[in-house]
Design a protein around this ligand. Structure first.
Ligand code: EPZ
Length: 428
């Protein structure tokens, strides 16, 4: 087992290069099941969620070739099954995108219910509603989602709630359906647009991605393509917050500033300076951190995946801040770990009230999920003393080379092997 050890107090300074977007990659890789030729994908992030998704496709018979650390070629022509068992899907929430892709390829899919982060209920009713409107039957049987159709026919799909996953899954099923599909109240995240651009590069006809109405006209054939994944909005935001929290001065490179607008605005509200360039943002903070209120919303609102990280700033800012989690029903589990470090926070359902404290103090803590883990790293960077973070396997899922990137910025952080005594019988 590994844990992180962080000696807090160092300002982050210098430059950091952002990797490809995790939430685009885990949708684009299964989308290659729809192509009848080889797809070359560049700027793939080297993270365990991507390794897992690539491994699933390989186990299904796809031929995957890594041209370098960030470029892969995927040929799914040899795939000859629409069944994805539990041992392959249990580690990856995004494995449910295989349903939409397999439905689009075979008119059939049998995929084990996924695993993934544990913050609140994660239903799939909107995914199933979308598949049924396209003409499939879709049910959960023995913890597997079983879907099938004689053929898929374009339909109007109104999303009762804005859902990234359901929007993506309907897009994947609809690109080869007969006729026109209209997704209303669609998610507008950058990775939705990236998937649409990838599908169109394969010869699909997807219009309106990035707005709340996406129109997909089904085609009969999708060819291979070459595509480069967008930079990761949330990885970039995480380093921006870490720079401000440590009173540092960091140039965050290989970003799309427009994707970061809500994060930049909040950091400026908290007293940081954010300077935008064509493909980089510079974040500096040399004054006191100020309180602010935060409400997470679907894009273009403040991203829920940045809520734990931003909350660390509010935990040490001057004054009282209100954080309202507008997407998930239980995304404050990390607060217990922050309180161990001296934070003063009250949580009531989807609302948390942060009374800023002078400083956090280092402590042994754990990562409850991917973004909670990122928040604990930021807390460790600003805390007085040493912080040790366990369960960092969550963080490895979504942040490429984060220890090396942080050390290059001046952080005193390293991985440490340890034996997990939790499972040892108590002595005596
Ligand atoms: C995606 O999850 C992301 N994961 C999450 O990021 C992110 O937090 C979330 O979108 C919101 O942006 C990936 O892209 C792999 P949703 P997803 O469907 O698609 C409800 C990370 O840290 N809902 O947009 O599962 C749901 O309960 C991860 O990278 C239904 O009610 O999220 C939630 O309240 C964590 N029925 C809301 O919609 C459904 O059928 C938004 O969920 C589906 C969702």
């Amino acid at each position: 087992m590994e844990k992180l050890v962080i000696h807090g107090g160092n300002r982050l300074t210098g430059e950091v290069e952002i990797s490809g977007a995790k939430n685009a990659a885990v949708a684009i890789i299964p989308a290659t099941l729809l192509a009848q030729d080889v797809c070359r994908i560049e700027n793939i992030p080297n993270i365990s969620d991507v390794v897992t998704m690539v491994r699933i496709l390989s186990n299904m018979g796809a031929v995957v070739r890594y041209l370098n650390k960030h470029t892969i070629e995927i040929d799914t022509r040899p795939v000859n099954s629409y069944i994805v068992p539990h041992e392959m899907t249990k580690k990856l929430r995004a494995s449910y995108y295989l349903i939409g892709a397999l439905l689009g390829r075979y008119n059939r899919a049998k995929v084990s219910l996924p695993g993934g982060c544990n913050f609140g209920v994660r239903p799939i009713d909107l995914h199933i509603k979308g598949f049924e409107l396209l003409g499939a039957t879709a049910n959960v049987e023995n913890a597997m989602i079983v879907a099938s159709a004689d053929h898929l026919t374009g339909a109007s799909v109104y999303m009762d709630k804005v859902s990234v996953g359901a929007t993506i899954n309907v897009m994947l099923a609809a690109v080869k359906a007969r006729g026109l599909t209209i997704i209303e109240n669609a998610a507008k995240e950058p990775h939705i647009v990236d998937l649409a651009n990838f599908l169109n590069a394969m010869g699909a006809d997807v219009r309106g991605a990035g707005t709340d109405v996406i129109k997909i006209r089904g085609v009969t054939h999708l060819h291979g393509c070459e595509y480069s994944i967008i930079p990761d909005q949330i990885e970039a935001g995480t380093y921006m917050v870490a720079a401000a929290a440590t009173k540092g001065d960091v140039l965050v490179k290989n970003v799309i500033p427009k994707h970061l607008e809500s994060i930049s605005a909040k950091l400026v509200e908290c007293g940081a300076q954010v300077i935008e360039y064509d493909d980089a943002v510079r974040v500096r903070c040399d004054g006191p951190l100020k309180r602010c209120n935060l409400k997470t919303m679907p894009h273009p609102g403040f991203p829920t995946d940045m809520q734990p990280q931003m909350s660390v700033i509010l935990a040490i800012a001057n004054g009282t801040s209100l954080v309202s989690e507008g997407v998930w029903d239980n995304r404050f589990r990390y607060v217990d770990q922050l309180i161990r470090m001296g934070a003063n926070v009250q949580v009531d359902g989807t609302i948390a009230v942060f009374q800023g404290v002078e400083e956090l103090t280092g402590a042994p803590v754990r990562a409850d999920d991917l973004r909670a883990g990122a928040a604990m790293i930021i807390a460790g960077l600003v805390a007085r003393g040493t912080t040790e973070i366990e369960d960092i396997i969550y963080i490895d899922r979504g942040y490429e080379d984060y220890v090396e990137k942080l050390r290059d910025l001046g952080a005193d952080i390293y991985r440490k092997e340890f034996r997990d005594d939790h499972n040892q019988p108590a002595a005596g």
